[in-house]
Design a protein around this ligand. Structure first.
Ligand SMILES: Nc1ncnc2c1ncn2[C@@H]1O[C@H](COP(=O)(O)OP(=O)(O)O)[C@@H](O)[C@H]1O
Ligand SMILES: [Mg+2]
Length: 222
């Protein structure tokens, strides 16, 4: 089991109103393959991914990462787990605009203190694996959306994580480019010992996933 949640709940307080973004989610996510989380806008997908990605803390309930109770992990170590064991892919890519493709992919390795030379060779390798060998020195603005998302995937893979969290990764892409990104995610979930959790509206993503979770008003319905 890579991720387990117990009665995971996240409320937001806005003024006097209380929003239940995720309510009592009980998940058991096995290692390997793709898990999709499908639900309408506002149903709690991003909140759930942020919690699983240790980027947010629950209001109540618990998240276990590899059987480890995450609420008792100090913040510094949570950051380290995020860097070393997790990779993140976003709808709008979130690349750093002033860095080249290569530098964007090197960044998570730099933050882990990996030697510069190794960073470079690994980053080149990662970018090659997503078909971007010819785009190493391009800045994000010099790339197409599909290429940007490929850089983001290479960056997510930088430290060879066991868990990839993707939040609507095909949301900004045309249908053909979206399919290429789905194929990449699928390959990666097959080849490496990687678990991919993807929040999506895209039925094609849901179709290739081994486990399909539905979420509505913060509640997992299957
Ligand atoms: N930072 C926040 N503060 C207050 N409410 C929020 C915040 N983030 C999300 N929400 C609310 O929580 C609910 C779930 O949001 P979200 O997880 O972003 O859903 P999804 O990703 O499925 O669109 C929505 O009603 C949203 O408006
Ligand atoms: Mg969202």
């Amino acid at each position: 089991m890579i991720v387990e949640t117990k009665d995971l709940t996240r409320l937001y307080h806005l003024g006097s109103s209380r929003i239940t973004a995720v309510y009592k989610a009980n998940l058991k996510i096995e290692e390997g393959g793709i898990v999709s989380i499908v639900g309408p806008s506002g149903s709690g997908k991003t909140t759930l991914l942020n919690l699983i990605g240790l980027n947010d803390k629950p209001t109540s309930g618990e998240i276990f990462f590899r059987d480890r109770k995450t609420s008792s992990i100090p913040d510094k170590e949570r950051r380290k787990i995020r860097l070393r064991d997790m990779g993140f892919i976003f709808q709008t890519f979130n690349l750093l605009p002033t860095l080249t493709a290569l530098e964007n992919v090197e960044l998570p390795m730099a933050l882990l203190g990996i030697p510069q030379e190794t960073q470079r060779t690994q980053a080149v390798e990662r970018l090659k694996s997503v078909g971007l060998a010819e785009r190493l020195e391009h800045k994000p603005r010099e790339l197409s959306n599909g290429e940007r998302q490929r850089v983001a995937i290479a960056r997510a893979l930088a430290n060879n994580p066991s868990l990839i969290l993707a939040d609507e990764p095909t949301g900004e892409l045309d249908s053909e480019t979206g399919q290429e990104i789905i194929d990449l995610l699928l390959n990666l979930s097959k080849k490496e010992t990687t678990t991919v959790i993807v929040a999506t509206h895209d039925e094609r993503v849901a179709k290739v996933s081994q486990v399909k979770l539905s979420i509505k008003d913060g509640e997992i319905t299957n």
